[in-house]
Write a protein that binds this ligand. Sequence first.
Ligand code: ADP
Ligand code: MG
Length: 257
Amino acid sequence: MTEPETDPPGPAQDRRPFVVLDHVNKHFGELHVLKDVDLTIGEGEVVVVIGPSGSGKSTLCRAINRLETIESGTITLDGAPLPAEGKELAQLRADVGMVFQSFNLFAHKTIRENVTLGPIKVRGLARAEADKRADELLERVGVQAQADKYPAQLSGGQQQRVAIARALAMDPKVMLFDEPTSALDPEMINEVLDVMTSLAKSGMTMIVVTHEMGFARRAADRVVFMADGQIVEQATPEEFFTKPTSDRAKDFLSKIL
Ligand code: ADP
Ligand code: MG
């Protein structure tokens, strides 16, 4: 995947606030999974979210495209509060591309159809135009040769790259990745991370939940460390990996590095 490197230089605080969580709270029953979370992600910023299992990372991502509702606080995307329903909600889901651990491709559609479905249905693109764009995106993620095949005929790494192309086909404003390489065989992890790194360098605003620290060092502007529903610590990758300040982060890093 080749993309011009247009990522604006400079620290995160110089960026325009793009995704803003303000005092966000969420419970599952008795369990307080997001505890007064404040987080501002700048336009074009790449934020890697790490933390122990059960700390609320997936819930945080899902709240941003309203796959989960929140009980208090606000989330805004490009200055506007998240819509609750209807056409606006469908628009939000298109604006916030999401890639999950399980690739979730439509098994009975070809690779190209997987990529064109959303743009035709939600964005109202004509088929010829959607096909052209799909082929460009499949080329960009390196699976154009597989366009007429079905998901089961592709490797896990290829399927995940298709999932990325499918999200990009909607022209999202931000991309969320929730442990996108966790279900992959080790030899396929890098082909997916390479696509994500290239996307990061192209200036896409990205929130990436991952334990791939090499990716964080290479591509992240900021690492956010979550534990127990709270953001415990955040810093540049360099700072975070060399000088974590909290005991929770030190303990976590000692287990994964
Ligand atoms: P992470 O992604 O960091 O592992 P999650 O956001 O998935 O954490 O989960 C945070 C906590 O909320 C966990 O204890 C999890 O078991 C719980 N949880 C997540 N989703 C649900 C749900 N739909 N219903 C009840 N509990 C949930
Ligand atoms: Mg999770």
